[in-house]
Ligand binder design. Sequence first.
Ligand code: HEC
Length: 143
Amino acid sequence: MLKILFGWVVGALLLLQFIQIDIPVPSTPIDKNNEVKVSDEIMGMLKTSCYDCHSYETKIPWYGHVFPFSMEVKSHIKKGREWLNFQEWDKYSDEKKQKIYKGIVQTIDHKMPLPMYLEMHEDAQLTQIQRDEIKNWAQSNIK
Ligand code: HEC
């Protein structure tokens, strides 16, 4: 009985692998002019540690194709982009930008990048010095 049940579970999981995540990217070319303007140094950090979830330049990791992890990955990218897309920056109102700067100051020390993501992305890890640099940049823009 248990064997049959196990078989069904494995079968169901295999079938579920056919559900692929669909992470939309705009069909029109991304307008580089809208991208956030920061020093090359800050940009480098944002690209390696934030862009997977906060831009259209998302690199889907291998587990992003494995159900059920794919659902989690998709949700992070969707929510992350909704909150903040560094490539849509110039379209944001001053109010929204202020909210983001404050959000960065509040989250950069522990919450962002998502700890779960860092476990799988050694290279996205930021040193405390780098976190401070991002924080200082955000702080200096808060009015
Ligand atoms: C693995 C995906 C992922 C990465 C990488 C990531 N974020 Fe996020 N970020 C999210 C998600 C998802 C949210 C939505 C917050 C929530 O639902 O808790 C978010 C929210 C935020 C917010 C708003 C949070 C608040 O509560 O005010 C800021 C600011 C932010 N991220 C900055 C960053 C910065 C800066 C980096 C890079 C250093 C980064 N994130 C990297 C997924 C990510």
